[in-house]
Design a protein around this ligand. Structure first.
Ligand code: ZN
Length: 310
């Protein structure tokens, strides 16, 4: 007992001056609690929210949102949030159930709202499309001009939850949108420097439809728009023939996907697999794709280096 009360006394004694100084030096209210469905949205939300937000992530770095299964900890993260930021377009098939299970009543922001969805490619695939995707390709963030819409939607949701912070969110958004446009101009120039015949790539699953359309590249993948889908032997064999025929050297796997399939495919086609591209998740801190802009720059440099060998 004696030991216990000493500890309490110590805690009280050290906590008091802190509380007093916090009161006199700052009038900042508690941070706005936001939960983002996956790592890329968490980064965008931090870019818009800055110091005013505390962001939790459900699907973390190098993890695959297509096949995610929420844990009790994820339910807790959602319950604490005033704002939930999701991608939409069928990217998070597990989210609706999670929202319902905790009776989440906060603001729900769908970051892709207003983006023109692309139809998912791969109608020639004869494997079973059992995943809950519908016809839309969810990977809209791969086109940085779509991310301008994402940022505006996130800014609107944060402003709704925290009207006092609205001017800050607007200013941060403007700064970030400038960075997105600068990145886009740079990326256009990198790809434009490549002869058109070289602008083709093989990856694990169809995550780069928006990217390919925006930068006028050709991507093929053995798996469809969800990494959940099984690639059929027929699809893989066709892709191997195509790689051989076109002498494609730019073959990549993705940071959150199992590299087994693409490694096997590359071995059959007699080509070397390039480094991982960041598709549906950021990298861990300290790795080359720790923020959205870093991941996009890394992908462009990696893709250009690969396509130069085509
Ligand atoms: Zn994906």
């Amino acid at each position: 007992m004696f030991k216990f009360s000493t500890t309490v006394a110590l805690v009280v004694a050290t906590a008091l001056p802190l509380a007093a100084s916090a009161q006199t030096t700052s009038t900042t209210p508690a941070k706005l609690s936001v939960t983002a469905s996956f790592s890329i949205l968490a980064d965008l939300t931090r870019a818009v929210g800055g110091d005013r937000v505390d962001v939790q992530t459900l699907v973390g770095a190098d993890q695959d949102a297509h096949v995610f299964e929420p844990s009790p900890l994820d339910a807790k993260k959602l319950l604490q949030a005033k704002v939930l930021v999701s991608n939409g377009l069928g990217f998070e098939p597990w989210l609706g159930k999670l929202v319902k299970s905790v009776s989440y009543s906060g603001i729900q922001a769908v970051a892709s709202k207003g983006v023109k969805p692309m139809e998912a490619e791969g109608d020639d695939h004869d494997h079973d499309h059992s995943h809950a995707h519908g016809a839309a390709d969810p990977h809209a963030w791969q086109d940085p001009t779509n991310v301008i819409t994402y940022v505006r939607n996130i800014s609107a949701a944060l402003s709704q939850a925290d009207p006092t912070g609205a001017p800050v969110y607007q200013a941060n958004s403007a700064t970030y949108i400038t960075q997105l446009r600068q990145f886009d101009t740079w990326a256009q120039a990198q790809f434009a420097a490549l002869p058109e015949a070289k602008r083709r790539v093989i990856t694990s699953h169809d995550a780069f439809g928006y990217f390919a359309k925006h930068y006028k590249l050709r991507f093929r993948a053995p798996q469809g728009i969800s990494s959940e889908a099984e690639a059929s032997a027929k699809d893989v064999a066709a892709l191997v023939r195509q790689i051989k025929r076109e002498k494609t050297k730019a073959v990549f796997f993705e940071n959150m996907s199992n590299p087994k399939l693409i490694t096997q495919l590359a071995a059959e086609a007699g080509v070397k697999v390039g480094p991982a591209l960041y598709a549906d998740a950021l990298s861990a801190p300290g790795q080359p794709g720790a923020t959205y802009l870093e991941m996009m720059r890394y992908n462009v440099n990696t893709l250009v280096a690969g396509m130069q060998q085509n």
